[in-house]
Design a protein around this ligand. Structure first.
Ligand code: 13P
Length: 283
């Protein structure tokens, strides 16, 4: 089953306590690069797309590209929309068959977020799709979304109400991680992660996955982070790949050699993370 739903991929990861990498791919080179990595590592995979990338290519183009590439894959792969504060964009992806979306209403009041999330869950269910929810904004700007600082923590009971009553499938918990490169080691709220998982039995999503130590990944995955989001590291690998190749080969004009080299870099980066997250050999 090459194209899978988010629960088909995350339920098992949550049960067995490994993490599935969700890479924010931006084009065919990166999408194919991480699928190749997943096949080589025999790992399940989440292809994740930012709203900025959806606006660049269009929801249908991304979906068609995904279907062509993932449809041939030998491991389960799913297509997920990352941080989407606009219900219209989320709906447009679900309408053309994306598997899941993160409706990010963390910039709204609790009640508005609750309402919108519940509506998106209902809409998604018509298509057999799932929804990730977020209450407290993760720190750091990601592809034009979010703000530099983490949102204010709420009493955990409010989060639990949101999780239980909206019908979301998985949750982005406020545990002190941040999007982008860390300027200092983050203080991780392991206790919050543990309490949320214990109280809900719901798979959690680790945002701000770039640049954490092995120990942080391992501890959070053991507590129930079944999806580990990686965006900045992929973008860096991609940009560095072009730069390095062109610096080493200044008079090489074969685009396929260039993008082939960049894709190999992306594949190697992804394989390394599958090993750390424990998903290698799980598909
Ligand atoms: P990084 O940019 O730190 O990899 O975070 C990715 C992320 O959480 C996407 O939602």
């Amino acid at each position: 089953m090459p194209v899978a739903s988010l629960p088909e991929i995350m339920d098992r990861a949550f049960r067995k306590r490994y993490g599935v990498a969700a890479f924010n791919t931006v084009d065919d080179i990166t999408m194919h690069g991480v699928i190749k990595a997943a096949e080589q590592s025999k790992s399940p995979l989440i292809i994740q797309i930012s709203v900025k990338t959806v606006k660049f290519w269009g929801a249908k183009v991304v979906k068609d590209m995904f279907t062509e590439m993932a449809g041939r894959a030998t491991v389960p792969v799913t297509l997920h929309l990352d941080h989407c504060p606009d219900p219209q964009v989320a709906r447009s992806c679900l309408e053309v068959g994306w598997n899941s979306v993160l409706f990010d209403g963390s910039g709204l009041s609790f009640d508005e977020n609750f309402q919108h999330t519940r509506e998106i869950v209902k809409f998604a269910s018509q298509f057999g799709a799932s929804v990730e929810g977020e209450v407290v904004a993760v720190a750091g700007v990601e592809d034009g979304m979010g703000s530099e600082s983490e949102g204010d923590l709420l009493p955990i009971e409010r989060e639990l109400d949101f999780i239980k009553e909206t019908g979301i499938y998985c949750y982005a918990p406020p545990i002190g991680t941040a999007h982008g490169f860390y300027k200092a080691a983050p203080t991780i709220r392991y206790d919050r992660m543990q309490q949320l998982v214990e109280a809900t039995g719901m798979p959690m999503v680790l945002h701000g996955g770039t640049g954490l130590t092995h120990d942080v990944y391992t501890r959070l995955i053991a507590l129930g982070a079944a999806k580990v989001n990686i965006s900045t590291q992929l973008k860096k690998t991609y940009a560095d790949g072009f730069r390095t190749y062109l610096e080493k080969n200044p008079s090489q004009y074969d685009p396929l050699k260039l993008i082939g080299a960049v894709q190999n870099d992306v594949t190697a980066m992804a394989r390394g993370l599958f090993t750390i997250f424990g998903s290698e050999g799980q598909a």
